[in-house]
Design a binder for this molecule. Structure first.
Ligand SMILES: NC(=O)c1ccc[n+]([C@@H]2O[C@H](COP(=O)([O-])OP(=O)(O)OC[C@H]3O[C@@H](n4cnc5c(N)ncnc54)[C@H](OP(=O)(O)O)[C@@H]3O)[C@@H](O)[C@H]2O)c1
Length: 441
């Protein structure tokens, strides 16, 4: 029989002595059925133990049945008084085990009171899902969201004192990265209960961790999280979407259960729960999330349009623009400012872009140099001297240089130089000088 579902059936036949003067005599058998979810005690005469003594009676009967020595003593006492005790079945969990399992289960099922601070784009998005799971949600933000909140079933507080006096078990910070410090300092923390759990969802993690540890009183628990999805990418199911968390400071016992219940909101939606230190998160996020946002923003500035001949790759790019364009610039700026690794990633991206450009221009450069050294440079006046393709030293075909409206390579170089801020002609001249110098030597 599984421990959680242990069923205890104890039949205690108590035959009270004639001389017993109590108003209720137990001359019937009592059946005790106790399982992980329910416990009932009923006497066969319809005597039903309920109310305030029920718990005490259960404990007494359980103890009586589990403690063999106790049962034996009872039996002897009954015999002395002329009664008898028969224990016909005994298969029980220890009462302390049963009680703790039961209270853990009750705790797990109990609903949380979550107070969201920062009721913007992401705060509202999370609130809806938390509500769907039956938890109570309160909110407080800089702007007035009373109407919006009412529509989705959230109790909104304009005043931070009122919000804190509601004693949310979890305070969930959904503010912009940039404003988090100011917002945290503005909260009347003294109005909250000592066992409040503080959670953040900021897209950077080391910063809120250090801030929480610095600002929050030691009695408050701290859980740093980052749902790796947003209102756009998580508008359907959350199944398989990564949810990163770091249990920065969680006390043992009942308080740890608030953290577990909060995490369970995401786990039960099917998120891929990833426990990771804040430092590690920021290292990974700079190379993935920050780059994604940067490329999305750059492409957004290009104004990409859907075409009748979209490739799958192009569709992905359009999707990326769509995914990132909904996020505020403040969010993006926060990813840059508050992640120590972001600057390095931006530089790496720049170097990679330059190197790709150089690779392209390197091709063009080789072709042009060959033409220059062979005296075949195309001019505006004589575009026919331009080249559509030429053979390299090893006989392979070189880059096919595009003609543009008959203007030839010169005008093309001008426009390319202008676009990419690269002075190709100057660089070719430098190259030529260098070559002739070395020939002289
Ligand atoms: N969007 C996402 O996909 C996503 C995903 C994961 C994590 N996150 C994180 O979730 C948090 C919220 O993101 P978001 O998308 O809602 O956009 P956001 O622009 O980063 O933050 C907007 C929220 O910050 C508050 N806020 C901004 N400036 C403030 C100030 N000076 N004082 C007080 N409050 C201020 C706004 O309050 P008011 O509306 O009252 O002005 C609003 O609630 C961010 O930390 C972000 O990193 C976002």
């Amino acid at each position: 029989m599984e421990a959680a579902n242990l069923t205890l059936v104890a039949r205690l036949r108590l035959l009270p002595p004639q001389q017993q003067t109590k108003s209720y005599a137990w001359t019937e058998s009592c059946k005790i059925a106790a399982s992980g979810r329910s416990a009932s005690i009923a006497g066969s005469s319809g005597f039903d133990l309920r109310g305030r003594f029920r718990r005490q009676q259960t404990r007494e009967l359980l103890l009586g049945s589990c403690d063999v020595r106790g049962v034996e003593e009872r039996r002897q006492r009954q015999r002395r008084r002329g009664g008898a005790v028969n224990v016909s079945a005994m298969d029980a969990a220890q009462p302390f085990y049963h009680e703790s399992t039961r209270s853990q289960e009750l705790d797990k099922n109990r609903k949380l009171k979550v107070g969201i601070v920062g009721f913007g784009n992401f705060g509202q998005f999370l609130a809806e899902r938390i509500l769907q799971q039956g938890h109570k949600v309160l909110a407080h933000s800089r702007r007035d969201y009373t109407d919006k909140a009412r529509k989705i079933g959230v109790t909104y507080f304009r005043d931070a004192d009122d919000f804190c006096e509601e004693h949310p078990e979890v305070v969930l910070l959904c503010t912009s990265i940039m404003s988090t410090e100011a917002v945290l300092h503005s909260l009347p923390l003294q109005r909250l209960k000592r066992n409040t759990l503080f959670v953040d969802v900021l897209s950077v993690k080391e910063f809120p961790k250090n801030l929480f540890l610095k600002v929050l009183p030691p009695e408050f628990d701290v859980l740093c999280t980052h749902p790796m999805f947003g209102p756009e990418s998580g508008k359907g199911s959350w199944a398989g979407l990564p949810f990163v968390y770091d249990k920065v400071r969680i006390s043992n016992g009942r308080r740890s259960r608030s953290a577990d219940r909060f995490l369970d909101i995401f786990a039960s939606e099917g998120c891929r729960m990833v426990e990771m230190s804040c430092v590690e998160h920021d290292r990974f996020a700079a190379g993935s999330q920050f780059i994604t946002h940067t490329v999305g923003r750059v492409l957004g500035k290009l104004g990409l349009q859907s075409t009748p001949i979209n490739t799958k790759g192009y569709e992905t790019l359009l999707g990326l623009v769509q995914n990132t364009s909904g996020d505020s610039f403040e969010l993006y700026y926060g990813l840059f400012m508050y992640n120590a690794n972001a600057t390095e990633e931006l530089q790496r991206l720049e170097v990679a872009f330059d190197s790709t450009k150089k690779q392209l221009f390197g091709q063009l450069h080789n072709v042009l140099r060959k033409q220059l050294f062979n005296g075949e440079v195309a001019t505006k006046n004589n575009p026919s001297q331009g080249f559509k393709g030429s053979s390299s030293n090893n006989g392979s075909k070189q880059l096919e240089t595009p003609y543009k409206g008959g203007l030839g390579i010169v005008s093309n170089i001008d426009s390319l130089s202008h676009l990419f801020d690269v002075d190709i002609k100057k660089s070719i001249k430098l190259d030529k000088d260098h070559t002739s110098q070395s020939q002289r030597i």
